[in-house]
Design a protein around this ligand. Structure first.
Ligand code: NDP
Length: 446
């Protein structure tokens, strides 16, 4: 490791002990940025990298709620307000039993760069709780959300901090959170994004992350004269991002052969078509069941406790969670002919896996670029809320498509190496950094 990166990381680890995912996210960015900062000393003198890795504010709170048996349950709530140099804090809320401070700080840190890449005026934040929505009734989820918002409401606002969904937070949860915020503040404002279409939401927001990651894959493929048509695609996850990535890949002529959840994955060699996707949407969004049911229904193979990366494909789109592709799986993907990885989830590839993709010089689109379509469309929802005017589906989709193309252009600008290889990791990190860093310098030492 570069000694300057090593020195910087020693400081980060000492200040943030035990926060492994946060260390991982910061190190990846530091490796891209430290050489760039050495060439641009104004950022070094202003200690931008040191400042950007320290949240502006961290809020941790108790979330007590009553379950259906009348028993008191206690969870922990978080909101990391990471950086507001270019706009209000913006980033999702995650509800998952693994949620802790380190995971949310990694997500908030990545969000700062991602939001900057969209070119929209949004700072970075992230939040959530170790509450597990799985197996809970709608009433329990509502009581949890109301309790969570009873504390969070005093820290957020349409011009301060605008949360959205993430793992475990979809339309149902955003509805309960918004209802409680409105009740407490007596205000109907765009304080959350991902709202229902009847009450301030934007068309295409549910689709945006998955569609955006697919548009990004198409842009990467176009640099090598290829398209999605006819490509075999492995997708992990079966939640929001995975569902709409599948939909868009199929629309563009690709064949999606896998879907997964935390228990295992299904392999459908004929491809998941629109009808089978409808089944997944009903299974996951309404009945809240396990992906194994797909295998039972359509008579395909199910791999318990395994991830999809053992299946031969042209394109891999991880859309589940962090660190879901390890070094061995990355090598297997390459060996099986995978030429493109577009990350719908955040930090799905371990550092070793990223090393494998970069060494093999495949088209590797890191999450902070490839999955930025979700937050970009949240930004478009904020604009529509401010104007109090909704845009049509076509208008929003076109804007999303243009934003993804522009993010790709930024990555090419900052990530193209002497031999012509586009290192999208460097491209996204440097491209996302410059605007935030310049804003921080302009605003003084704050
Ligand atoms: P959902 O909750 O809708 O779906 C998550 C999916 O991933 C589910 O299939 C879930 O399976 C699976 N999963 C979750 N945790 C694990 C785990 N530890 N191991 C294996 N599988 C797991 O979330 P989203 O689709 O919204 O989010 C997926 C990813 O995309 C996350 O990394 C998120 O940060 C990222 N992302 C989301 C955006 C959005 O707009 N929603 C925007 C940008 C990034 P199970 O049902 O078993 O839990």
């Amino acid at each position: 490791m570069d000694p300057k990166v090593q020195q910087f990381m020693a400081m980060i680890k000492a200040r943030n002990p035990g926060e492994n995912e946060f260390h991982q996210a910061v190190q990846e960015v530091a490796e891209s940025l430290i050489p760039f900062i050495e060439e641009n000393p104004k950022y070094k003198h202003a200690k931008i990298l040191e400042r950007i890795a320290e949240p502006e504010r961290t809020i941790i709170f108790r979330v007590p709620w009553l379950d259906d048996k009348g028993e008191v349950q206690i969870n922990r709530g978080f909101r990391i307000e990471m950086n507001s140099a270019i706009g209000p804090y913006k980033g999702g809320l995650r509800l998952h039993p693994t949620v802790n401070l380190g995971i949310l700080k990694f997500l908030a840190f990545e969000q700062v760069f991602k939001n900057s890449l969209t070119t929209l005026p949004m700072g970075g934040g992230k939040g959530g709780s170790d509450f597990d929505p799985k197996g809970k009734s709608d009433n329990e989820v509502m009581r949890f959300c109301q309790s969570f918002m009873s504390e969070l409401f005093r820290h957020i606002g349409a011009d301060t901090d605008v949360p959205a969904g993430d793992i475990g937070v979809g339309g149902r949860e955003i509805g309960f959170l918004f209802g409680q915020y409105k009740r407490l503040k007596n205000e109907f404002t765009g304080v959350l994004t991902g709202k229902g279409i009847e009450w301030g939401g934007s068309l295409i927001r549910p689709e945006a992350t998955g569609y955006g990651a697919t548009y990004f894959a198409e842009e990467m493929l176009s640099t090598r004269g290829e398209t999605m048509k006819g490509k075999v695609v492995c997708i992990s996850g079966s939640g929001n991002v995975a569902q709409y990535a599948t939909e868009k890949v199929v629309e563009l002529g690709g064949k999606v052969v896998t879907a997964s959840d935390s228990n295992g994955f299904i392999y459908d060699p004929k491809g998941i078509d629109c009808d089978k996707l409808k089944f997944i949407m009903d299974l996951k969004n309404v009945r809240r069941g396990r992906i194994k049911e797909y295998a039972d229904k359509f008579g395909v193979e199910y791999f318990e406790g395994k991830r999809p990366w053992i299946i031969k494909c042209d394109i891999a789109m991880p859309c589940a969670t962090q660190n879901e592709i390890n070094e061995e799986e990355a090598k297997l993907l390459i060996k099986n002919g995978c030429k493109c990885v577009s990350e719908g989830s955040n930090m799905p590839s371990t550092p070793e896996a990223v090393g494998v993709f970069l060494n093999a010089q495949i088209l590797y689109g890191p999450g902070k670029a490839a999955n930025a379509g979700g937050v970009a469309t949240s930004g478009l929802e904020m604009t529509q809320n401010s104007m109090r005017l909704p845009w049509s589906r076509e208008e929003v989709d076109e804007k999303l498509h243009t934003i993804m193309k522009n993010i790709h252009k930024t990555c090419v600008k900052y990530g193209t190496k002497e031999n012509g290889f586009i290192n999208y990791v460097d491209g996204a990190n440097i491209g996302g950094f410059v605007k935030v860093a310049n804003a921080m310098i302009a605003q003084g030492v704050v």
